[in-house]
Design a protein around this ligand. Structure first.
Ligand code: HEM
Length: 439
């Protein structure tokens, strides 16, 4: 669906729409303050009130191109052109939470997500609420535009069934019967060295934005709203998108210095998205139709070893040249690869659809560096994110193949893993994240 249609889907027709429209615009508040108006707390309140009346529509709050529509058939953040930064969080639902408290939270989260992706403050804002109460918004995104923020939610296997300390599987929220068969517990793969504290999770939220402060603000505010109902299990910051879903954009490079995302599913290729990314009617439970399955893998790169490896060996690892990114035997990056011209154990020779009965995934990963590992080595790599219609038929066979033969394995290690079912989009104000699942 194109942006214009998504915008049309967002036609406000409920009470929530009024709330959405009236929410405080981050830029509008700063605009007034920046104009030299001396504002006490009470005065800010009246500025906000004035803004509420004058704000014509949410889209007007941000410069052109800076706002990605929140409402639509599919969740934003999947086929959306990849933003520069990522803050990804996996949450566990706390032991005391009930189905009712979880539903309440998902409704609150949806309102907050609609506001933040529209460049507006959460609730009554960061500086305009009751002076006696903590502000509804933490405030660090005040003055910043929407920055193409997208928030994408997914539900992990453990939300449907969790193993209790005695080993029994517990259906905490009455969702077991609604677990999609495709939402498997991912199998172990050869070479995995998974850290359980960086793996799994009941719910994930992927925040992507062109400004890291906007992405971090979004996750922080969702975590704050969720206090008592959910806790962050692990999170990952990412930069330097490592995949392009925009065919005409320059392909970004990963931390190994190679163009990454050359042959990916373009966010504009509706036929490929339908074939490989969006769950279709009949694929599984109805609530997942229009959604997608997300596999997240924290893949550490042995950067120091890689940096001492010859250029020839580096190129052999991928079967592509480092400078141009051209497949072996060809001149240009986007020339069709000749798999026979590449080493048989090169990454592209093994991962290309022609070598895998046509299977494709939508890659949307980011680089990460999280300091050093205590042994003087960078803790850096690729936070791999892949969306697909059915992970059993896509990521699992592909990774099984790569894990057993990929020349790249000498230089990488998978250290975190998670799997989530990301439902279809919230179509209009008043609907909420997970409504079809819990409804
Ligand atoms: C740190 C780990 C990884 C690195 C550095 C990496 C890097 C690359 C590079 C440089 C390319 C070639 C350019 C392109 O077409 O995008 C590529 C392609 C690809 N990679 Fe990876 N990759 C990694 C992990 C994975 C994993 C775990 C999977 C899936 C299980 C995967 C699946 C693919 C696919 C499907 C392609 C496209 C092949 C084609 O159609 O020609 N990659 N990767």
């Amino acid at each position: 669906m194109d942006a214009e249609n998504e915008q049309q889907n967002a036609t406000p027709d409920t009470a929530d729409a009024a709330a959405t429209k009236s929410a405080v615009s981050r830029r509008a508040v700063i605009g007034w303050a920046g104009a030299g108006v001396a504002l006490g707390a009470a005065a800010v309140g009246s500025v906000a009130a004035a803004t509420r009346q004058d704000d014509p529509a949410p889209a007007a709050a941000a410069p052109a191109g800076a706002e990605v529509p929140f409402y639509g058939e599919h969740q934003a953040g999947i086929a959306t052109p990849v933003q520069d930064r990522l803050h990804f969080a996996a949450f566990d639902v706390s032991e005391k939470a009930t189905r009712e408290s979880l539903v309440k939270l998902l409704k609150e989260w949806t309102k907050a997500a609609a506001a933040m992706t529209g460049g507006r403050e959460v609730g009554t804002g960061a500086a305009t609420g009751l002076p006696e109460a903590p502000p509804d918004d933490t405030g660090e995104a005040l003055g910043l535009p929407a920055s193409r923020l997208t928030l994408t939610i997914g539900f992990g296997p453990s939300l449907f069934e969790k193993s209790a300390p005695d080993g029994q599987m517990v259906d905490r929220f009455g969702l077991k019967a609604k677990r999609p068969e495709a939402l498997i517990d991912l199998p172990g793969f050869k070479g995995d060295k998974l850290d359980p504290t960086r793996s799994g999770g009941d719910i994930c939220v992927q925040a992507c934005a062109d400004d890291p402060q906007v992405a971090v603000h979004a996750i922080r505010n969702l975590a704050r709203i969720g206090m008592g109902t959910v806790n962050i299990r692990w999170s990952q910051l990412g930069f330097g998108k490592t995949s392009s879903t925009t065919p005409d954009a320059q392909t970004p490079r990963n931390l190994m210095g190679f163009k990454d995302g050359t042959h990916n599913i373009a966010g504009t290729d509706t036929a490929k998205l339908a074939d490989h990314v969006w769950a279709a009617p009949g694929d599984g439970p109805e609530w997942m139709t229009g959604g997608s399955y997300l596999v997240a893998r924290r893949i550490r790169m042995h950067i120091e070893t890689w940096d001492r490896t010859s250029l020839k060996e580096q190129e052999d690892v991928f079967g592509r040249t480092k400078g141009e990114g051209a497949p072996y035997g060809k001149a240009k990056e986007h020339d069709a690869p000749d798999l026979k011209a590449m080493p048989a154990d090169s990454h592209v020779a093994l991962a290309h659809p022609d070598a895998n009965s046509g299977l494709m995934i939508l890659r949307r990963g980011f680089s990460f560096t999280d300091g050093t590992d205590g042994l003087g080595r960078l803790d850096a790599g690729l936070f791999f994110l892949a969306y697909q219609r059915d992970s059993r038929k896509a990521f699992v066979p592909l990774q099984t193949r790569l894990a057993s033969s990929d020349k790249l394995n000498e230089y990488i290690q998978h250290v975190g893993s998670a799997h989530f079912a990301c439902p279809a989009g919230v179509r209009k104000p008043g609907e909420w994240w997970g409504q079809a699942l819990f409804g």
